[in-house]
Design a protein around this ligand. Structure first.
Ligand SMILES: [Zn+2]
Length: 261
């Protein structure tokens, strides 16, 4: 059984503040370790659930967040930037996918570090007319490859977003947001134990959970934070400027539309 895991940093237990998600602060180094431990818990759970091959994508920022020498030996890890595809390796197919360390879509009240793709540039995204965040986008790409997302971890709002989109999947709540930058935190040891346990259960239930398939053709609409971001998008076939701040990206399927972003 082949399992693909993608990861982000904002939904990891204990991560709240700007200095925890990048730069060279000691807080970022600690956040990397917490992410690495959550990844290891997910790999352990996947192996216990019957996975024979596990590929894990370091998906936050430039893809160099995992502490390599501390990673679980039972998987392979995709790290680094300038990759040939988003979610690289998933195109070879998998029996299930997990999203670890997720955040909710931009504009979600009570979610920790809610954003979609870029806090600086992106205001709202719609996928075929439905407001969608990164969880929905990754799920649609996985669904294109026929792969169901069976486990999501992140703040409570991220888990609610995932459950609304993919009924029946397993979720692990890492924190309950009070605001964008504050939350009631579950300690890492407990979060990691839950990820291990839920990952194993999720794989045993993988066949019950349907891949998230979006109707074709696909339109991804992005409303940017200001006109300058839309001005900078070159209008080519597949792209249409809908108004001062909004561009539609259209393609015959999710991969083609996503490639135009
Ligand atoms: Zn991120």
């Amino acid at each position: 059984m082949r399992v693909f895991i993608t990861t982000d940093l904002e939904g990891v237990a204990g991560v709240l503040l700007d200095r925890q998600v990048g730069g060279d602060s000691p807080e970022y180094q600690r956040a990397r370790r917490l992410l690495t431990q959550e990844v290891n818990a997910a790999v352990e759970g996947a192996l216990a659930g019957g996975a024979t091959e596990v590929l894990v994508d370091d998906g936050h920022a430039s893809g160099s967040n995992f502490i390599f020498e501390e990673l679980h030996p039972g998987a392979e890890y995709v790290m680094g930037e300038a990759r040939p595809a988003w979610l690289p390796g998933l195109e070879r197919g998998a029996d299930a996918t997990f999203f670890i360390g997720c955040h909710a879509m931009a504009g979600t009240q009570g979610a920790v570090r809610d954003h979609t793709m870029s806090s600086v540039a992106w205001h709202t995204m719609w996928l075929n007319g439905r407001p969608t965040g990164e969880i929905g986008l990754w799920a649609a790409i996985a669904g294109h490859h026929g792969v169901p997302c069976v486990l999501v971890s992140g703040c409570q709002k991220a888990c609610e977003e995932a459950a609304a989109l993919m009924p029946g999947l397993e979720t692990v709540v890492t924190k309950r947001g009070y605001s964008r930058y504050s939350a009631a935190l579950t300690p890492p040891e407990r979060v990691q134990a839950m990820i291990r346990e839920r990952a194993e259960i999720a794989l045993r239930r993988a066949k019950e959970i349907a891949p998230c398939r979006v109707e074709r053709p696909v339109e991804i609409r992005v409303e940017y934070n200001n006109t300058g971001f839309a001005d900078a998008v070159r209008v080519i076939p597949g792209r249409e400027r809908l108004d001062a701040r909004t561009i539609a990206y259209r393609g015959p399927d999710i991969l083609a539309a996503f490639a135009l972003l």
